[in-house]
Ligand binder design. Structure first.
Ligand code: GZL
Length: 333
């Protein structure tokens, strides 16, 4: 009787086809709940758009995010926008196209985000703001804002100056190096500082200009201030890096930083704390860049559809010269 069994080769071919079809159906069941494909091995995929690499703070912030993503087992897609809003919008649109699970970004400026954030919302991808805020009236465009209170940082800087200059004989001339024009930290630090120093009419801001949060910008603008104003008593810089750049200009002008000109900055990165400990700066309001672990925890929560607080404020402090000497050995950034 002729062997009625199907030839071996034919049986193998059918088995292979069946296996392929089964594998395909399993893959299609991915994370359909979030409308995203998720990571290759089921990992959460987080698309992050970073401002740039303009300062020591930013470098520390990027390191914190990358290390925390690896630690949390989250697949991180990272883009450096080189401080250009159009690059951030492009990156967010790419993440939408790639159907990432969560989008997070530090908006370089406050305005101009509603359209792209609506695109992310329509695509069912939750967005987390970190470090800087946006001025969108529609708070449903993002799940939460994790970052510092910049008005408070400016206010603490002004309050220290009020106390430090309360016995000054005459007017106290202040020059201000602002952060990136239109950014939340620049707008808010300026606001908080101005509100605080209004308590003493002797304290006068005689010049205020952006140094774009960079050392080069701080040096260049401080050179202009020194040429235009023979009597400068105080420099308020919106971040350490602009203050560090200004040190070069002040020294080149034959003045002693920290003595001839009182210097107040914000951030408390290592180089800034060293300048403070060395007596070249006089006061720093801390702005912590170590947001990575909290960001990853939030990404997991919003991906799982859990409620998160609409605002999570970073804990931070302030430093005098003596406090900087004590804190320096243990600083993480
Ligand atoms: C503040 C951050 C600012 C830092 C600067 O959270 O956005 O940007 O103060 C950085 O050093 O460039």
């Amino acid at each position: 009787m002729r062997n009625m069994r199907m030839p071996m080769a034919r049986r193998r071919a059918i088995a292979v086809v069946a296996a392929v079809l089964l594998a395909g159906s399993v893959a299609a069941c991915g994370n359909s709940d979030t409308g995203s494909d998720g990571g290759d091995d089921g990992k959460i995929v987080l698309g992050f758009s970073q401002v740039g690499a303009e300062s020591g703070w930013r470098t520390a912030n990027t390191n914190s995010i990358k290390e925390a993503a690896a630690e949390a087992g989250i697949e991180l897609k990272f883009d450096d926008a080189q401080q250009k809003q159009e690059n951030q919008i492009k990156a967010i649109r790419n993440y939408i196209q790639q159907k990432v699970d969560v989008i997070a970004f530090s908006p370089v400026v406050e305005s101009g985000w509603d359209t792209v954030l609506k695109e992310a919302k329509d695509a069912g991808i939750p967005v987390i703001l970190t470090d800087r805020a946006v001025d969108s009236a529609d708070k449903s465009l993002y799940k939460t804002f994790l970052g510092s209170d910049f008005v408070k940082e400016g206010r603490l800087s002004g309050e220290w100056l009020i106390e430090n200059k309360k016995d000054a004989a005459g007017d106290v001339n202040i020059v201000e190096l602002q952060g990136t024009t239109g950014s939340a930290p620049a707008n808010d630090r300026k606001k908080g500082f101005a509100e605080a120093i209004a308590a003493d009419p002797k304290l006068k801001v005689i010049a205020s200009q952006t140094g774009d949060f960079t050392r080069a910008g701080g040096k260049q603008v401080m050179e202009q201030f020194l040429k235009a104003h023979p009597k400068i008593d105080v420099l308020f810089a919106h971040n350490d890096d602009m203050g560090l750049g200004a040190l070069e200009a002040i020294t080149a002008a034959g003045k002693v930083p920290g003595q001839d000109i009182t210097i107040i900055t914000i951030d408390a990165v290592k180089d800034g704390m060293q300048a403070l400990a060395d007596g070249k700066f006089n006061f720093i309001a801390e702005c912590s860049p170590l947001l990575g672990p909290q960001l990853m925890d939030l990404a997991k929560k919003v991906h799982a559809g859990e409620e998160v607080p609409p605002r999570i404020e970073t804990e931070e402090t302030t430093f005098t010269q003596e406090q900087a000497k004590e804190a320096l050995p243990n600083r993480k950034y």
